[in-house]
Design a protein around this ligand. Sequence first.
Ligand code: MG
Length: 463
Amino acid sequence: MTRLFGTDGVRGIVGQDMTHEVALRLGLALGTHLGAGSTVAIGRDARLSGPMLSAAAVAGLLATGVNVVRLGVATTPAIQYYTSQNEEVDAAVIVTASHNPGQWNGLKFIAADGTEASREDEEHVEQLYASQKFRLASWKDVGRLSSDETCNDAYVKAVQKKFKVPDGKRRKLRVVVDPAGGPGTLVTPRFLRSIGCEPILLHGELDGTFAGRSPEPVEDNLAKLKERVKETKADLGVAHDGDADRAIFVDETGAFVPGDQSFALIAEHLVKRHKGGLVCTPVSTGSVVEEVVTRAGGKVVYTAVGSPIVGRRMRKDKAVFGGEENGGLIFPDHQYCRDALMSVARMVELILTSGKSLGALRSALPKFFVSKQKFECANEAKDGLARSLRDWTRAKYPKARIDETDGFKVYFEDGWVLARPSGTEPIYRVYAESKSEARSVALAKEFVDESKRLLRAPEVKAR
Ligand code: MG
């Protein structure tokens, strides 16, 4: 059976592979999986197709005898928090395509504790979706429908309670907030006002078309935010993705702060607060995080790529912090999922308690250079290439440490190289990092050139 769920639920282009029929069938499958009498909360981001897909999923759930609570438009972490805090809620559905453009949408399943559904649960829902062996409720046992629009509010209040700054250090920071027209606009400005800061909104009206900017918070999409921070002489800027589980920052000079730097700053702040502790992150994260965490007395644990994997490892190892360098940070004292508002709270805390600007804080970080390359590699050749590349590396660099948590990572004294096949496209990615730019470029080039040579070798093709 083809796998329906990707790393972030089921996603597709609306009207093509994401239709009312898909959502209805997913609702029926999830309802059958959970069983009649269960309760599911459902919320969505601001996409135009959200009400349509949500209504279809709700119909499927109700038909199987599952009760549904509609949460309306809310951020993904707010829906996850609501699910974990309300005992009568057994699962949640989030209708969102996160950072994908407006024509996309998707459905994501959340377990009772607020974290992403386990792979086992997803597999059962996939089987039911394929077999269509749905258990329909009788006329008097169809599910009950209710609404609760308190979810964003409760989430803001919970984050507000976690915000800790000594009284003498509190000050009104001016923060430009760019939620891209997504549900972040319903929580971040409200939170900032509640802690005595001044939000200045950019793309602050809910807009399911993302007319202001594309919903992925990468530097190319944040030119207006950088400009607005300078124009308004703000202390910082923050951008969210389309469902506001990620937060990416701009400093007071209007400079973009790469996600590994904001991750490193917040990691250092929390490791110091806990006087040590573990920080979990995927093997692809830059060494700036490990360097500052180690210096602050903590330790970094590397995982495979994917925020649910990081979150589960954090819970297992009782980590104090973790996340991904795309702005998806996880705070175990709040919840084990990416949490944009907590990221804003901790960043403001750090600026206020240190008495330093974000620009000054980041200029004190160690500097690393990353070279990112990719090359074409047929899906059938990916496994063979991984083995050949490992054999070649062991022979050429017998002392280098090799980590195979996800893909193939080689550590040298002055840097590392990570080679990973793409899970969706016929390409291979090579990342190399070093404190010297020339060295990072040379490392990436060496591994790309060698991979291409190996791919031409008959033994790689034959394997
Ligand atoms: Mg997202």
